[in-house]
Design a protein. Structure first.
Length: 185
């Protein structure tokens, strides 16, 4: 039976934030090494899943099949602005049903946020790729996960059964690394 691997992707500031207080990713978090890593990952994905504020703004964005979470539809509906996207209300149908409606039953589902979307999949991630920009601080910003900043993003991932792998330096100029957090069977 085909399976869908679920992987999350986010870059956060030193204080665990992914956006400013207006839900906009600041330029300080738009780091070239992370952009390359993120783009390559999404190019491998069979499905991209995100909320209304989380878009990747890349040349291939409109080519990617995606689910966009919303409460404005009953279950699923075509996105009128993107023929490769499907609007999905998790209260109306399961992730599996939404995936089938989007024409995806196997491969990689890339979850790219925001916080509520990340949280929906916390107990289902096969891998969560956490990039950290240690020189960036957004004290009044949007936490990457519910529970941050009382707990660090790493503590939240560990509390959901994910284990840190070896960090990879992806941008030496900004000291940015990405760590794979994997579920151990």
């Amino acid at each position: 039976m085909p399976t869908l691997r679920i992987e999350g992707f986010v870059i956060v500031s030193a204080d665990g934030r992914l956006a400013n207080a207006h839900n906009v990713m600041p330029d300080d978090l738009k780091i070239e090494g992370d952009k390359r890593f993120f783009t390559a990952a999404l190019d491998r994905a069979d499905l991209v899943v995100h909320g209304r504020n989380s878009q990747e703004e890349q040349p291939n964005s409109l080519q990617r099949r995606r689910l966009i979470l919303t409460h404005k539809v009953q279950a699923t509906a075509p996105d009128p602005s993107n023929p490769r996207a499907l609007l999905w209300n998790p209260a109306g149908c399961s992730f599996e049903v939404a995936c089938r409606s989007a024409g995806v039953t196997s491969g990689l589902a890339a979850i790219i946020g925001g916080p509520g979307v990340f949280d929906m999949f916390m107990d289902r991630y096969d891998t969560f790729w956490l990039s950290v920009a240690p020189r960036v601080h957004i004290p009044d910003g949007e936490p990457c996960f519910p529970g941050v900043p009382a707990r660090s993003p790493q503590q939240v991932l560990a509390a959901h059964g994910l284990h840190a792998g070896e960090p990879q330096l992806i941008d030496a100029a900004h000291d940015v690394s990405v760590t794979p957090w994997r579920r151990v069977a």
